[in-house]
Design a protein around this ligand. Structure first.
Ligand SMILES: Cc1cc2nc3c(=O)[nH]c(=O)nc-3n(C[C@H](O)[C@H](O)[C@H](O)COP(=O)(O)OP(=O)(O)OC[C@H]3O[C@@H](n4cnc5c(N)ncnc54)[C@H](O)[C@@H]3O)c2cc1C
Ligand SMILES: *[C@@H]1O[C@H](CO)[C@@H](O)[C@H](O)[C@H]1NC(C)=O
Ligand SMILES: *[C@@H]1O[C@H](CO)[C@@H](O)[C@H](O)[C@H]1NC(C)=O
Ligand SMILES: *[C@@H]1O[C@H](CO)[C@@H](O)[C@H](O)[C@H]1NC(C)=O
Length: 509
């Protein structure tokens, strides 16, 4: 009834509020819009940050993305015989909604599906080889591991269900000021416990058997994170989700998402290495001093610097990953946070596999295994061996047997020697090696995850990797930081660190 007494003006005002954060009436006039934003790093994290920051702050703000190497970062391809192959991050889960959304927005598509076949190798022989028949695999697994296998699917699915809540929160504009708060909003104390214990501890406590952990779970953590079941339980669950069906990749290469996001966000790429970030004061018209950030960088034309209202660091602040000197901050910000990144060497070989190396008596022309995972023992020098499909599947392409020359990718923690290669291959005509500092070396319990907020308006995207490192995690962190930067700029504290969102948003769209 009271509605009838509301004036047209008031209705209009409420209407505008409903338009949401981007409606001009909703931005309190405490502050002007930021003029310049810098992003350090042009990987999926930095380019997704450009995309989401543009969405939050509108068309007027100038966004600059600094990239010292190649746009794409840990998403990269290598050309072999005229085709491109993924050497870094390669698989995307069907429920990675940000990655899916990017493809839609950028007009990209998933790569055509090619059938694959998995085996597990103990360094001497294959302990498991997938059959073409689902029911055969099912019975074998049931025979050997009882209900461990089915329960594992249920366990991972339960975690994934909670994980998916983040998309709803972000849809409603909610953000979190630390990795812990973000995890807690998704999965409560359960998620915090999960990141603070090993996958092994978490699964043993859930009643999974040690044999199952050694035989089935370890090969998965080895191929996806180059490490054992002593990684944290959260990243472990993500690794296991990475063994689900329906995994996909981007047609033409995953890194195309990065260049696409950069273009779409109308951000400017600055091909330079950032060397230092410092805080400066500038007296403002109103008399109070305003601070801003000075970014020092070295590009082709030498050293230079620019100033920004907001800065997002989208590269790991770790030894070997970046070397940024933060000066003038109190408390000080370290160039490198504690903890190190794990080396994974990706060796791409165009050659002929020696199937006997895998201890199989199958004839090469009948050997169609595409992914060989490995157990954790002395005899396994490699983490995995996979037959690669090009990033763009040619017409009429079908998986070829091991009797043909093809491109294999080996993951190992140390570079392969000539002797290693001779053991694995009968012959080869090209070898290319990429040494990645790929993802954190996880060793829970972790005392403190690095902060998202390094300083007032200086943010750190890759802090999230200490919960789990994946393309989607960087994208989630990018969206979170764009929202956080916006809400903090306009002092909209009601959208930061809200508890109990899951219950409160129940029944909402
Ligand atoms: C071998 C391998 C396999 C993987 N497999 C998968 C997978 O299957 N699925 C999955 O989801 N994830 C996978 N990952 C992880 C995934 O690739 C990463 O989590 C993700 O790509 C990280 O993106 P990012 O943008 O946050 O960081 P990065 O891609 O590392 O981007 C940081 C960028 O910053 C630049 N930079 C650094 N310092 C400076 C500076 N001072 N100035 C300017 N620029 C700087 C770097 O050149 C780099 O381009 C894999 C990673 C590797 C290495
Ligand atoms: C970092 O910056 C400070 C202050 O400008 C300077 O004294 C110091 O030498 C710099 N360190 C490195 C490693 O560049
Ligand atoms: C293939 O591997 C087997 C088993 O490791 C080895 O005995 C054999 O010599 C290898 N073949 C060649 C041609 O290298
Ligand atoms: C993880 O464990 C460490 C040491 O036991 C503790 O200091 C820390 O607070 C825990 N972190 C979380 C998020 O529970």
């Amino acid at each position: 009834m009271a509605l009838r007494h509301l004036s047209v003006k008031a209705l209009l005002f409420f209407g505008l509020c409903q338009v949401g954060r981007r409606g001009f009436a909703s931005a309190p006039e405490v502050r002007e819009a930021p003029k310049k934003i810098a992003i350090i790093g042009g990987g999926i994290g930095g380019t997704a940050a450009a995309f989401f920051l543009r969405q939050e702050f509108g068309p007027a703000v100038k966004i600059e993305v600094f990239e010292a190497g190649t746009v794409g970062g840990r998403l990269a391809t290598e050309n072999i015989g005229g085709y491109e192959y993924e050497t870094g991050g390669s698989i995307i889960h069907p429920l990675n909604l940000h990655m899916k959304h990017f493809l839609d927005r950028l007009g990209l598509s998933p790569r055509a599906d090619v059938s694959s076949k998995l085996a597990i190798f103990d360094g001497k022989e294959l302990t498991f080889e997938e059959s073409d028949w689902f029911i055969v695999n099912f019975i074998r697994m049931l025979w050997r591991y009882g209900f461990n296998f089915i329960r594992m699917h249920m366990w991972v699915e339960g975690i994934l269900d909670k994980f998916m809540r983040i998309y709803q929160y972000q849809q409603f504009g909610y953000s979190f000021s630390s990795v812990e708060k973000l995890l807690h909003a998704m999965g409560g104390d359960g998620f915090l416990t999960l990141v603070n214990q090993t996958l092994e501890e978490a699964m043993l406590a859930e009643g999974f058997s040690q044999v199952f952990l050694n035989d089935v779970v370890t090969p998965v953590t080895r191929v996806n994170y180059g490490q054992s079941v002593r990684i944290n339980g959260f990243v472990g669950a993500i690794a296991l989700a990475g063994a689900d069906s329906g995994l996909w990749a981007v047609d033409g290469g995953n890194k195309m998402v990065c260049s696409g996001l950069l273009y779409h966000s109308k951000a400017e790429l600055v091909p330079a290495r950032v060397t230092a970030i410092s805080m400066k004061m500038r007296p403002s018209k109103t008399g109070s001093a305003a601070n801003f950030y000075e970014v020092n960088y070295v590009g082709e034309s030498g050293a230079a610097h620019s100033t920004y209202d907001i800065v997002v660091v989208a590269t790991p602040l770790h030894q070997g990953m970046s070397d940024i000197n933060f000066s003038g901050f109190s408390p000080p910000i370290p160039t490198h946070f504690p903890g190190r990144y794990h080396q994974t060497v990706a060796t791409l070989v165009h050659g002929l596999l020696n199937v006997s190396y895998l201890g199989t008596t199958e004839k090469p022309e009948r050997f169609f295994v595409s992914d060989v995972l490995t157990l954790d023992n002395k005899a396994s020098e490699i983490h995995s061996l996979s037959s690669l499909n090009p990033v763009k599947i040619p017409k009429g392409y079908s998986p070829s047997p091991a009797s043909q020359h093809k491109v294999w990718k080996i993951f190992s923690s140390q570079p392969l020697s000539q002797k290693n290669l001779q053991q694995i291959f009968l012959s080869w005509d090209s070898v290319s090696e990429k040494r990645w500092l790929a993802y954190p070396s996880y060793s829970p319990p972790h005392r403190r995850t690095p902060p998202f907020i390094l300083h007032d308006r200086l943010y750190y995207l890759n802090a999230v990797e200490w919960a789990a490192s994946a393309m989607e995690m960087s994208a989630i962190s990018a969206r979170n930081l764009a929202l956080l930067a916006h809400h903090r700029w306009y002092e909209q504290t009601a959208k930061i660190n809200q508890e109990d969102l899951h219950t409160r948003l129940k029944g909402e769209l």
